[in-house]
Design a protein around this ligand. Structure first.
Ligand code: SF4
Length: 101
């Protein structure tokens, strides 16, 4: 398998749990806009946390994001929290990139 194919290869998973996601239509809370400032990120992620707390697929979502090295806010966890828990991003940037070495 070519290196590029390896980097972007993802096994097919059963994603039907996403049908029960409480965050439908709230993408703006779960993924940052370009050049988001730290204070804005804190506010956005606090609102996302509130949505995740009420979500019935929270644990499944968190495990999916960890296993697939997702970006954004999933299952009540930010990228930084997943990274700190040992689930590294594929291409970390900023503070996470400095911590990855
Ligand atoms: S746990 Fe949070 S991010 Fe995951 S599906 Fe539910 S609301 Fe969305």
């Amino acid at each position: 398998m070519a290196a590029v194919e390896t980097l972007f290869h993802r096994e097919r998973t059963d994603d039907r749990w996403m049908d029960a996601a409480a965050c439908k239509g709230l993408t703006h809370l779960f993924f940052p806009p370009p050049a988001e400032r730290p204070q804005a990120r804190e506010r956005r992620e606090a609102m996302a946390t509130g949505v995740c707390r009420s979500c019935i697929v929270n644990a499944t979502c968190r495990d999916f994001a960890r296993a697939n090295h997702e970006y954004g806010f999933w299952g009540g966890e930010s990228e930084d929290e997943r990274h700190d828990a040992g689930f590294r991003l594929i291409a970390p940037i900023g503070v996470r990139a400095r911590d990855a070495v």
